[in-house]
Design a protein around this ligand. Structure first.
Ligand code: APR
Length: 188
């Protein structure tokens, strides 16, 4: 399953490179220093050019579970939202709550800036080693709760997960099917 309509908000899963996404805002999997790195972070700064890093330097970092917004330089998006997910260290250090918080924070920032569409990568599941099956459930659940709670009042009408590998896409498809089944049976 790759699509789910939640009130007036559409949730969509695709495989691809987030730097090519034409969403109003794309989300970066950043570190708390906002200093750049490999993975999505490296790809976004490479494709977006130095203006994004100049803004990041002025922001002075970001706590884990939060996010900060900059312009998007040469990227087709209007904004980059730099979200800091947790490093996986076994699950007993509040990782699930921190991961959900990073998604929620990003959605709120997008809403504050009046954006209609936002694209996320799979936060924390690369260098930060969060198990992708668990991370996918948290990511999708957090977006679903946000869309349903905003009940049409948020500017955000489209949320796309741009997943880099076929395995990551598969994990998100399974998590989305599970969530949709739970909603139908009334347990979510
Ligand atoms: N588009 C979409 N997804 C991508 C792209 C891309 N261009 N490049 C990598 N990915 C995927 C990875 O395959 C993984 O599924 O993004 C997911 C997140 O991986 P990371 O980028 O490693 O992010 P994370 O696990 O949150 O680690 C963050 O890594 O790059 C550093 O500075 C960053 O220190 C921070 C840490």
């Amino acid at each position: 399953m790759r699509d789910l309509q939640l009130g007036d908000c559409r949730l969509h899963l695709v495989q691809g490179d987030i730097t090519r996404e034409h969403a109003d805002a794309i989300v970066n999997a950043a570190n708390s220093g906002l200093r750049g790195g490999g993975g999505v972070d490296g790809a976004i700064h490479r494709a977006g050019g130095p203006a994004i890093m100049e803004e990041c330097r002025r922001l002075g970092g970001c706590l884990t579970g939060e996010a900060r917004l900059t312009g998007a330089g040469n990227l087709p998006a209007q904004y980059v939202i730099h979200a800091v997910g947790p490093v996986w260290s076994g699950g007993g250090r509040g990782e699930a709550a921190l991961l959900a918080s990073a998604y929620r924070y990003s959605l709120r920032l997008a809403e504050e800036h009046g954006t209609a569409s936002i694209a996320f990568p799979s936060l924390s599941t690369g260098a930060y080693r969060y198990p992708v099956d668990q991370a996918a459930r948290i990511a999708l659940r957090t977006v679903l709760d946000y869309c349903l709670a905003s009940d049409g009042r948020s500017s955000v009408k489209s949320v796309t997960f741009v997943l880099f590998t076929a395995d990551t896409l598969r994990a998100y498809e399974e998590a989305l099917s599970e969530l949709a089944r739970a909603r139908e049976s009334g347990s979510a």
